[in-house]
Write a protein that binds this ligand. Structure first.
Ligand SMILES: NC(=O)c1ccc[n+]([C@@H]2O[C@H](COP(=O)([O-])OP(=O)(O)OC[C@H]3O[C@@H](n4cnc5c(N)ncnc54)[C@H](OP(=O)(O)O)[C@@H]3O)[C@@H](O)[C@H]2O)c1
Length: 279
């Protein structure tokens, strides 16, 4: 390492961000969390918060909220990247998604601002099952999604963070786009089955029509814009276009990506899928 960097980690308490924070700190760099509840608050919906969060920053992990597919995301990311490069935070690593035209518009908006940009195109996270939207249904014993037998190579958020920290800390990845996936294709039903096997619990998987899925979310108070977004992601993006493995983890880290089974074993041992044991 040369001199320590000050890195702004957007979403720094989230699934990927908090793992990036830990790795950058482990490497001896200074880290600033960028989120609405951080010491210096950062809010994607309030551009006035961006400049204070960027003060003195050398590099930024850019994870957008709530999702790259929402209207206005490319404009916000472009405006943020322009400000970042202008204020001296030249190294920008964008967390993106695979096979999404909306995400690609965000990547282009970031790249157009110059700087040392790198894009990480991630598949569905394994942590969606243990820390994200699928956790509640899994605790209830049934995961119901509008996805049939489409295969997805779930990526481990620890791998995303390891790649992000390597790129942020070491540089040398300017203009590169990395396809980050796990090493194995699985259907959502197979994923639920592996979790059931690891926990010794009965967990079912059912494919439901998109309308029924949206209605179920709405019944649980999920706002319409989020319902629309999730339905879009499951019905449009999970059509088979991403049913292939990427090699980004090996390209950057020189080792294979972590298997979904490794995450399942670790999460099962932590007790996160034990009903009643949730913290
Ligand atoms: N999940 C997947 O499978 C997947 C796959 C590919 C790409 N992606 C992309 O990954 C990104 C999400 O990353 P993640 O899952 O690591 O994040 P996450 O766990 O959803 O992150 C939550 C973090 O974002 C902060 N946050 C929430 N709203 C915010 C706002 N308006 N302004 C600033 N910060 C805000 C939260 O802190 P506060 O509450 O303190 O603000 C928290 O630190 C999205 O852009 C998505 O499109 C996801």
């Amino acid at each position: 390492m040369t001199s320590p960097l000050l890195t702004l980690v957007l979403g720094g308490t989230g699934k990927t961000g908090r793992r990036v924070v830990r790795r950058m700190a482990d490497r001896g760099h200074r880290v600033r969390i960028g989120s609405r509840n951080a010491g210096i608050p950062f809010d994607w919906n309030d551009a006035a918060t961006w400049q204070p969060a960027l003060a003195g920053v050398d590099a930024v992990y850019v994870s957008y909220q709530p999702d790259l597919a929402v209207p206005g995301a490319p404009e916000a990311i472009g405006a943020f990247a322009e400000l970042a490069v202008h204020t001296g935070a030249r190294r920008l690593v964008l967390l993106s998604g695979r096979g999404e035209p909306e995400a690609e518009a965000c990547e282009k908006a970031l790249a157009a601002r110059g700087g040392e940009w790198t894009v990480l195109r991630a598949s569905f996270f394994a942590q969606n099952f243990s820390e994200g939207d699928f956790l509640g249904p899994l605790l209830d014993g049934e995961l119901a999604l509008p996805v049939g037998d489409v295969e997805e190579p779930f990526v481990d958020a620890d791998d995303i963070a390891e790649v992000a920290a390597t790129v942020l800390a070491e540089g040398g990845h300017t203009g590169r786009t990395y396809d980050l996936t796990g090493p194995r294709l699985l259907t959502f039903a197979q994923a639920a089955h592996e979790i059931a096997a690891a926990t010794g619990r009965e967990i079912g998987y059912v494919t439901v029509p998109a309308e029924a899925y949206a209605a179920e979310l709405a019944a649980h108070g999920v706002p319409t814009d989020v319902t629309d977004l999730l339905t879009y992601l499951f019905t449009e993006v999970l059509d088979g276009r991403n049913a292939r493995l990427g090699d980004g983890v090996r390209q950057v880290l020189g080792r294979p990506a972590r298997d979904f089974a490794d995450h399942v074993a670790e999460a099962a041992a932590s007790g996160v899928w034990n009903p009643g044991a949730a913290s």
